[in-house]
Ligand binder design. Structure first.
Ligand SMILES: [Zn+2]
Length: 68
């Protein structure tokens, strides 16, 4: 799944850039649906489900990459 997180300013003044979180199966890279995150097994490869999360920061000065 891909989840967009909007930019925000934290209470301590830190600015968190807008970013995109992608969560896939650690074993096969299957793009998990949100409803599948709590499953015991990957619905694609059948392995015990481990989550692999990757975050890509979205900024106008950095070209988008890592898209499938
Ligand atoms: Zn899998």
């Amino acid at each position: 799944m891909n989840k967009n997180v909007a930019a925000e300013q934290l209470a301590d003044g830190t600015v968190v850039s807008s970013h995109n979180i992608e969560i896939v199966c650690a074993a096969c890279g299957y793009d998990l649906e949100e409803a599948e995150l709590d499953a015991d097994k990957c619905s694609d490869c059948g392995q015990d489900l481990g989550l692999k999360q990757s975050v890509s920061v979205q900024a106008t000065s950095i070209p988008a990459y890592g898209e499938a």
